[in-house]
Write a protein that binds this ligand. Structure first.
Ligand SMILES: [Zn+2]
Ligand SMILES: [Zn+2]
Length: 99
């Protein structure tokens, strides 16, 4: 029953209200970087939690920026790659965030 095809979907960010046009890889809001707990593995949409995922950390790995999200409902953490379309300002603020 598992589908691995990418599913473009548009959504309105529950945190900042930005309308996000999905390209099938979009898994977080490019304006505020918040996400939603819908995946167990990236893209599978198999999680039933549905909680809001807060961006808590920005890590630089080589040339990649890794955003760590923590689910505000169940505490699940996951790492995703930042995207070119993400707000530079939001990434900057996240990178200076003190844990
Ligand atoms: Zn947002
Ligand atoms: Zn969750």
């Amino acid at each position: 029953m598992k589908r691995f095809t990418r599913t473009p979907e548009d959504f309105t960010c529950s945190q900042c209200g930005t309308f996000v046009v999905g390209d099938g890889y979009t898994n977080h809001c490019p304006s505020c970087l918040w996400s939603k707990h819908v995946d167990i593995n990236p893209g599978d949409r198999a999680a039933t939690c549905g909680g809001a995922m807060e961006p808590i950390r920005l890590t630089l790995k080589g040339h990649d920026h890794i955003i760590t999200h923590r689910c505000t409902t169940c505490g699940h953490e996951r790492n995703i790659h930042a995207r070119d379309t993400d707000s530079t300002k939001a990434l900057l603020i996240l990178s200076t965030r003190v844990q």
